[in-house]
Design a protein around this ligand. Structure first.
Ligand SMILES: [Zn+2]
Ligand SMILES: [Zn+2]
Length: 211
């Protein structure tokens, strides 16, 4: 499995390419902005995009859905509890402000523990409500993509609709901090001192998740 972290300038978002090296198919996680640059990267690496996965329904993660799907025909996957956000008028307005054109509806509504198969690569869905009701992390042995649930040295905000600090901390402790300590944490934004971390390092040093 190949992982490529692509930093997007607009809101310091991280988009991820998760590719199966044999079949040369890949998933894109949250390709929200600069979709031409992301697709050029996909081409450079010799992949075809078959899956577009949103870690949650906020526009700064979904604003690129239409452009990526139009260009690639990829399937759109998002947790069932955030899928309704994709078609909302409020969302479309916000998305336009951010340069997007609204999002198509989801093709697959994800649930906790679902397996997303990308060639021979597998991502397991960890439902981690708290930042939004339908927020997810994606786990593959050695790696976890944490969206806006867990950042390097911080956690996602919980003051937006559907947010709950209590739920978010439970999600982090039960679903992320129970993974092996050397699992690499790949966050949804570049908000920390380093672009990635590990489960153990966050357990030891993240001031927001101390109990
Ligand atoms: Zn968010
Ligand atoms: Zn975000």
């Amino acid at each position: 499995m190949q992982i490529k972290q692509i930093r997007l300038v607009k809101m310091a978002n991280f988009c991820y390419l998760v590719g199966d090296e044999n079949s040369r198919i890949c998933a894109l996680i949250d390709p929200a902005f600069e979709t031409d640059r992301i697709l050029a990267k996909v081409d450079d690496l010799g992949y075809k995009v078959t899956h577009l996965i949103n870690t949650h329904g906020h526009s700064d993660h979904t604003a690129g859905n239409q452009a990526i799907i139009s260009a690639t025909g990829a399937k759109l996957l998002i947790h069932a509890d955030d899928a309704g956000r994709l078609g909302k008028v409020l969302h479309r307005t916000f998305s336009r402000v951010l340069g997007g054109k609204g999002s198509p509806r989801a093709d697959v509504m994800l649930q906790d523990n679902d397996i997303i198969q990308i060639g021979e690569a597998r991502l397991r869905v960890l439902h981690t409500p708290g930042h939004t009701a339908g927020g997810i992390c994606l786990y593959s042995e050695g790696h976890v993509f944490t969206g806006d649930s867990l950042f390097v040295g911080a956690v996602g905000r919980t003051d937006l609709p559907g947010g709950s600090m209590k739920h978010l901390l439970n999600s982090i402790h039960e679903k992320i901090y129970t993974l092996p300590g050397d699992t690499v944490v790949w966050p949804g934004h570049d908000y920390g001192p380093t672009p990635s971390s590990t489960v153990q390092r966050e357990k030891d040093t993240n001031p927001y998740t101390r109990r």
